[in-house]
Design a binder for this molecule. Sequence first.
Ligand code: C2E
Ligand code: MG
Ligand code: MG
Ligand code: MG
Length: 283
Amino acid sequence: QAKSDGRSCFRFFDEALQPSIEFKASLENDLRDAVFNRDILPYFQPQLNHLHEPIGAEILLRWQHPKHGMISPAEFIPLAEDSDIINRIGTEVLQHACRQLAVWQQDPATANLVLSVNISARQFMQKNFVDTVLSSIETHQCSGSRLRLEITESLMLKNINELAIKIDKLRSHGITLSLDDFGTGYSSLSILRSFPLDEIKIDKSFVDHMLKNANDAHIIRTVINMSSHMGMTVIAEGVETDAQEAFLAKHGCLNYQGYLFGKPMPMEEFNKYINQHMNAVKI
Ligand code: C2E
Ligand code: MG
Ligand code: MG
Ligand code: MG
């Protein structure tokens, strides 16, 4: 039916490019119709300290597409970021996070868990972004200090003054900010110079290479050292082996996230994970 809908003329220009443009357009349409908690599911990946006690989780979305199966956020988040779809999805994730935090706060065993939510630059720069966050907290009566927002340095490309005001306002409500994918762009240090942040998240690509590549090892050691001097905690993402954990621990990185400890999982599974690990720690 593609031939009859008037778009077949693309074929005339570039036979090879056409399917991917069309596929993207159709995916974007499907994304617009996708329903949070039915098609788009929040998964939770555990974060642990050096004693292997769970300290929190990061929410990572999974899109269960009716025709194409599971689609990775690495694919659909950039699509959503091209339009205002990201704002709708982002708001749903925040609501979900606050609802979950409120549940955890009922139980002393989970009351201290921190939930991290990824925030796109486009979403963060929305005029009412801070109000959206604060009203999610208010609606669900959860503690702001258990909510962590993961931002990336791509935010630096936007209005700096507005950014500073928003960061201050969020932090004044106890909400913490984490700098995700640290070291992968060009302005990781500029963002640290300009804004007070609470956590640095060492990108998986450094963790992948630090045992083989001396430069990556030096960078990691320096980042850990710098973070502690600047009053920030540091967490390593993508930790897959004992050797990686041992290296990080030896150099003072005491928080970890990665397949070594747990993959992103649905909430029921995560609750079981927490129960098992809390018990293991108590014994
Ligand atoms: P990210 O925030 O840097 O998330 C870390 C990614 O590393 C996740 O990929 C996670 O599943 C993966 N990962 C963690 N540990 C390991 C490991 O040990 N080995 C390997 N191979 N991978 C590991 P995922 O879930 O595919 O998410 C990709 C990206 O999509 C995220 O990168 C984030 O930028 C974006 N994303 C996911 N959910 C959201 C969301 O709710 N909002 C926004 N704006 N972006 C999101
Ligand atoms: Mg993240
Ligand atoms: Mg990351
Ligand atoms: Mg990333």
